[in-house]
Structures are given as C-alpha cells and as structure tokens.
Design a protein around this ligand. Structure first.
Ligand SMILES: *Cc1c(COP(=O)(O)O)cnc(C)c1O
Length: 366
C-alpha cells in the first residue's frame, strides 16, 4: 500500500488533472494574472452556489475575516464574540484590527458555539459575533441570529471549514449577514495556494468590500478608504472553477466515508461526530473524541496512519492572546475537547482498505 495521506490532494488532482492543467495554461497564455475574467466568473458561481447575493474573493480566509470586520468599521474599543475552539485566524483578525476577542464556551457535542452562553457575553461594546462552523458543520445559526438581532449586532459566519454545508435547506455562507470562507488547499473547496472569499447580500457592504481589497479604491488610483492588497489570483480562480464542478461529488464522497467511519467505529470509548438532523457536514475534518488521545496519535503514527489535532490549545490560552486575561478553566467544555479530540484521514479519496486499517487499529488501541 502507498503511504497514507491525511487529506489526499494528490489523488484529487489526478482525478481532474487534464482540466486543471488546461485551465491553468489558459491563464498563463492570457496573462491576466490579477483580477482576470476567471475571478469575476468564479465570484458569480460561488454566490449562485450558496445563494448569497454577493461574493467578494480575496487572498485568504484570514483576510476575508479581517475585511468583513473592516467593512463594518470594527476596531478599537469594540468587542467581537467568538469561539475559543478555532484556528488562531478567527481571533487574530479581530485582535489585529485593535478590537477585543471575547470568547464564549462551545457545545460539547457539535463543538460549535453554544447559543445559550452567548448573551451573557454581550456588552455595550459588542459589535459582532463570529460563530465558527467547525469541522464542516454550521452552528445553531437561527438562535445566534436571533440573539444578534435583539442586540443590534452583526453575525459573521467563519465558514472556512464549511463551504458547501447545508443548514435547514440553506447553504453555509448564506445564513448570516456576512460570511467568510477559505480556499486553503486542505479545506473542503481548496485551491492550489491561498485564497478566500466574503459573502453578503448587502449591496452596500459588497461595494465597500470590493474597494477594501484593492487599497480602498473605488476607481483606479482613487482611494475612498484605507484598504489592503488582498485579491484572489486569477490562476487560483481558474482552478477553483474546475474544482467547483466536482464539488457536489466531493461532498457526497466525504459523507459516504464519514458514514462508513461511524459504522466501523462502534466503540464505547470513542465519541464519533454528532451532526444535527437539520443540517449536514462537508467534513473538513472527521474528528473523534477519546480519553487517551496523545498516546493513540503516537501509536497510529507508528502504524503509518496520519492524524491531526484541531486544536491542541484553545484560543483563550494562546500565548499571543494572554493579554486578554483569560485563564485555564474559563471554558471547561472547550478545554476538555482540546485534550480529547483527534481527526482521522478524510477526503473523497480515502479507500475502503485504508478505512478498515484505520478503524481496526483504532479499536485495538483504544
Ligand atoms: C483555515 C481557517 C481560517 C483561515 O483561513 P486561511 O485561508 O488559512 O487564512 C480561519 N478560520 C478557520 C476556522 C479556519 O479553519
């Protein structure tokens, strides 16, 4: 057997190699490397796909979060509530703009923000909530939107891991006022480098976002805002247009593989992922919970089975954010998950032999 991949991007490329090679060559020949036609076409397709009125692509998912906050004018003296169980980028974008990340504990089953705990974190300074659709499943967005509406604040979905997911018949990236996603290669819809996008149905926010990503320019060499340089490369847009064609198939395969994992891992010591019946997951990660996580990861590694921990350190305990004054014990559910969570190989290209091997070792070692 060939070396097992955690996310099999090599097999994915081989499955659409001819089309991707040709799309990339076309961009090289046209030489419209920045904001070429492919970017505009992709923005239209992505907006159509998730149902949002506007899609504004940018250089990466972190910039997408930052641009969304900038478009809302969030900065110094403002607070933004988010999940302590996420990639650093979620809190980093808030902090980078001088605003204060405020954490709220998660739900121990879905690993997403627990709506029941959000309201007590809202102050006069709260401007937005950034719920993270972790591992590919959206949070309880109706409840979160209702809280935000009551307090007149904005919801920005961090959908870096959930583009393509369904929530009550709607798509992730179209279930809150603004949404941000990432096309980092290992995300469910990944490009071949960095990429990101912001979604909104507000014309006003969309116009501002389109300016902010090109130095705040509303016309060439005419800057209305202090912006940034954060565009999606034409070549990445061309690759994403091909990958988008096969994205439904990708999601279907990931779901088939997740269901098979659930079936094979039938063990009282292992908590398999919980997905709400009114939504689905695009399985950015297939994450299980187990007591002896660290020794298990080591033992699986010896057997040639790659695993990853998302995330070993909660955001409120990250060194860079210690100035916020949080301490161990502040978010007990999140902290317990950080000790016990582990993600297994997941992509549309995990073979049944691989799944049998992974789950057999897992059961033996747990
Ligand atoms: C990947 C990720 C980001 C950042 O995206 P980049 O494209 O890597 O900048 C933000 N939030 C979450 C939850 C992520 O998983």
């Amino acid at each position: 057997m060939t070396k097992m991949e955690f996310i099999n991007l090599k097999a994915q490329y081989q499955s659409m190699k001819a089309e991707i090679d040709s799309a990339v060559t076309q961009v090289f020949e046209n030489a419209n490397f920045i904001m070429g036609d492919e970017v505009k076409i992709l923005e239209r397709e992505l907006a159509l796909y998730c149902g949002a009125k506007h899609c504004i692509t940018c250089a990466n998912g972190t910039d997408a979060l930052m641009l969304a906050l900038m478009a809302l004018g969030i900065g110094k003296n403002d607070e933004v509530i988010t999940s302590p169980l996420s990639f650093i980028a979620t809190a980093e974008a808030i902090a980078f703009l001088g605003a204060k990340p405020v954490f709220s504990d998660i739900d121990g089953k879905t690993y997403n923000l627990d709506p029941a705990k959000i309201e007590e974190k809202i102050t006069k300074k709260t401007k937005a909530i950034i719920p993270v659709s972790l591992y590919g499943q959206t949070p309880d967005m109706d409840e979160i939107n209702a809280i935000a509406k009551k307090h007149n604040i904005i919801v920005i979905e961090d959908a870096a891991q959930s583009f393509g997911a369904d929530y009550k018949g709607k798509k992730s990236c179209n279930i809150s006022e603004m949404s941000c996603t990432s096309f980092f290669p290992s995300k469910p819809l990944g490009c071949y480098g960095d990429g990101g996008a912001i979604f909104t149905s507000s014309d006003e926010l969309a116009d501002k976002l389109r300016a902010l990503r090109v130095h705040g320019q509303t016309k060439r060499y005419s800057s209305k805002y202090i912006g940034v340089n954060s565009r999606l490369d034409t070549v990445q847009a061309a690759i994403l247009l091909i990958k988008l064609k096969y994205f439904e198939r990708e999601i279907k395969e990931r779901n088939r593989i997740a269901t098979q994992y659930n079936r094979l891992i039938n063990n009282k010591n292992i908590a398999t992922p919980f997905v709400h019946p009114d939504r689905n997951s695009v399985w950015a990660q297939y994450s299980i919970r187990i007591k002896n996580r660290n020794s298990l990861a080591e033992a699986l590694k010896v057997k040639g089975i790659p695993t990853t921990v998302y995330y070993p350190i909660p955001l409120h305990l990250q060194e860079a954010l210690l100035y916020l004054g949080y301490k161990k014990g502040d978010f007990p559910i999140c902290e317990a998950v950080c000790e016990e969570i582990i993600s297994l190989p997941m992509s549309a290209f995990v073979t049944s032999q691989e799944q049998d091997l992974i789950t057999a070792e897992l059961i033996t070692l747990s």
